[in-house]
Ligand binder design. Structure first.
Ligand code: NAP
Length: 240
């Protein structure tokens, strides 16, 4: 029970990696608010659903305020909600670029901004931002996604320095390719997966449950001196 009594918000907690993180947190004893735009199942003990659009700063603020109203505190925020739109730079529609920036990057800022006051009042907290191995690796057709995830990692490092004295630790989880969520676009397509397989040192993609264990570590007492860190969970990815 590494998170017993903690209250956590997981954005994008209704499916994919976010759902796995929410389940792992609940198993460790946290009360977990799974938040996304559309309702999803929150059928596990200690888990509940709440609505948010992280691209909207007021919506993010309402989510954090409601969580504190209902549960009395806010210990952990996992800024996991994300979207991916492929397209080479000269073909990527502007609205898709804007959505990636709004959700993947501004969404992380909005959640941090909305949580800090609550965490500071109670003497501290944890923020776990979710980037990707693609934050530091070139992938053709993924300029918007790679750029927003790279920005999340730098946002994490600056936030960590600014918020450390308030007792708020900010770290980043950078998963490789998972066999769930948006990673399925790669692993679920035999032709594409055949081309990528050799880049996986373990010869397989990760599971969301494996990445979720790293998110448990970043929320638990065991990481009390880890701040501003990007924790890659990619099985040893051989990707230039
Ligand atoms: N799966 C992978 O292989 C992989 C690898 C590296 C990094 N990641 C990162 O891990 C995170 C989760 O990815 P995933 O694969 O689990 O994706 P996913 O299965 O597509 O789930 C995305 C989640 O985010 C929510 N969401 C999207 N836009 C939102 C918004 N504006 N406001 C609130 N919630 C929103 C979705 O719910 P609604 O649509 O209902 O809002 C959903 O719950 C992302 O940040 C992704 O970049 C994933």
């Amino acid at each position: 029970m590494l998170l017993k009594g903690k209250v956590a918000v997981v954005t994008g907690g209704t499916r994919g990696l976010g759902r796995a993180i929410a389940e792992a947190y609940a198993i460790e004893g946290a009360t977990v608010v799974c938040a996304s735009r559309r309702p999803g199942p929150a059928d596990v003990d200690l888990m509940e659903f709440d609505q948010v659009d992280v691209a909207d700063p007021d919506s993010a603020q309402r989510l954090m305020d409601r969580t504190v109203d209902r549960h009395g505190r806010l210990d952990v925020v996992v800024a996991n909600a994300g979207v991916n739109h492929d397209g080479k730079v000269h073909r990527l529609p502007v609205d898709r670029w804007n959505e990636m920036v709004g959700v993947n990057l501004s969404g992380v800022f909005h959640c941090t901004r909305a949580a800090v006051g609550h965490m500071e009042r109670q003497g501290g907290g944890r923020i776990v931002n979710v980037s990707s191995s693609m934050a530091t690796r070139v992938a053709i057709g993924a300029a918007g996604y790679c750029a927003t995830k790279a920005a999340v990692e730098m946002f994490t490092k600056v936030s960590a320095i600014e918020l450390g004295r308030k007792g708020i630790l900010v770290n980043c989880l950078a998963p490789g390719i998972l066999d769930e969520g948006m990673g399925r676009e790669l692993t679920g397509n035999d032709k594409v997966w055949a081309a990528y397989r050799s880049r996986f040192a373990l010869g397989r993609p990760g599971s969301a449950a494996e990445a979720a264990q790293a998110a448990v570590f970043l929320a638990a007492e065991a990481s009390s001196y880890v701040n501003g860190h990007v924790l890659e969970v990619n099985g040893g990815l051989l990707w230039a």
